[in-house]
Ligand binder design. Structure first.
Ligand code: OGA
Ligand code: NI
Length: 360
């Protein structure tokens, strides 16, 4: 599969090293069209422009108090329908583990370029150290580098492709992802029940060998942050994303109507966003939400994005219980592999893919 994507069409430039070189003017390839640039007010790091997406305390789900459990599940349902984005606290993942994992990645990006280049990736799997999404020659580039790795299914996991330095990296990554995947599994049950499906419906639809992969995003300081983006608007192609960003520097923006709202990070919270395959399975009762990342000239930003995905070769289609005379099936059946080829080829393109599949 994806033989067509063997190599990048142009020499890869590491954004971090561009940033470290001290340039005052960013290369044209990173300059967005005026209509795509962040508006000056959102670039200001003013708390007034940051909005709190719903914050859900997960402790109440497991308190044994049925009324509290139902109330929390209803809050999650509301956040899914209204925002498609929320933050969870008391989520069960060790804060110490989360922080150590994020810091180990910050140290990885601070290693000399030669060390990181050992993991340079190609578009055939995207695994490793990368600096672009999409293979089309001449496309606009985003102000970020990343490291992408596979965790599940087991047969896709190749720890030899994970960094050996810092020397705690592999171990921490394994522990961190294992715990975050468990959290994802709990949320899948809640989403299923909230949609009126059996508790295991969505997880079963993802197949026995579900996918889990992580992209560690590194957004270097940028001398002209108002001209570019750290990550262009996109919805995530998979099931859901569990994100742990730096908390002292914001950057994530979520589309709400015609506006972009900046997410105010809460220490130790995990940001959850619904992605395209849950939109398809829920027959659009839940929607993936477009988001993007802005950068700044003061501080670099690291985020860990765990993608909780269906098995790559399983057919995903709207749940039959959610297909009715009033709401016929909106999406054609398709495997996740077929689906994600689009973003891997063209790079981030808003919600154009999932919307292009919708029946009129
Ligand atoms: C992503 C993403 C947001 C962020 O990796 O898909 O949207 O804040 N990341 O880094
Ligand atoms: Ni995303």
């Amino acid at each position: 599969m994806m033989n067509c994507l063997r190599n990048w069409p142009e020499p890869v430039i590491r954004v971090q090293h561009l940033s470290d070189s001290g340039i005052r003017v960013i290369p044209d390839r990173y300059v967005k069209k005026p209509s795509d640039r962040p508006t000056p007010t959102t670039v200001l790091e003013s708390p007034a422009t940051e909005v709190s997406i719903p914050v859900i305390d997960m402790r109440d789900l497991y308190s044994g108090d049925d009324a509290l459990r139902k109330k929390t599940a209803a809050l999650i349902d509301g956040a899914c329908r209204d925002w498609g984005f929320f933050q969870v606290v008391n989520h069960g993942v060790s804060h110490d583990l989360m922080r150590r994992t994020r810091e180990v990645w910050r140290e990885f990006f601070q290693l000399p370029l030669e060390e990181k280049q050992k993991y340079a990736n190609s578009p055939s799997t995207y695994e490793g150290y990368g600096s672009r999404l999409g293979v089309e020659k001449g496309i606009s580039l985003d102000w970020s580098d990343y490291f992408f790795l596979h965790y599940l299914p087991m047969r896709a996991r190749d720890c030899n492709k994970w960094p050996t330095l810092p020397n705690t990296c592999r171990e921490l990554v394994g522990e961190y992802i294992s715990d975050v995947v468990k959290l994802g599994g709990k949320l899948m049950k809640i989403f299923s029940t909230n949609l009126g499906l059996t508790e295991d419906y969505l997880q079963e639809a993802f197949g026995e060998e579900m996918g889990a992969c992580m992209r560690v995003n590194y957004y270097p300081k940028c001398p002209q942050p108002d001209l570019t983006l750290g990550l262009s608007p996109h919805s995530d192609p998979g099931g859901m994303t569990l994100l742990f960003p730096d908390e002292d520097v914001s950057g994530l923006q979520v589309r709400r109507g015609d506006n972009w709202v900046t997410v105010k990070p809460i220490p130790n919270a995990i940001i959850i966003n619904l992605a395209d395959q849950l939109q398809v399975l829920s027959n659009s009762n839940y929607k993936s939400v477009e988001h993007r990342v802005i950068v700044n000239s003061v501080k670099e930003r690291v985020s860990l994005a765990l993608f909780y995905n269906p098995r790559s070769d399983i057919i995903i289609k709207p749940a039959e219980q959610l297909v009715t005379a009033e709401q016929p099936a909106l999406y054609p059946p398709m495997t996740f592999d077929q689906y994600r080829l689009y973003i891997r080829t063209r790079g981030p393109c808003g919600k154009s893919q999932v919307e292009s599949l919708e029946s009129p």
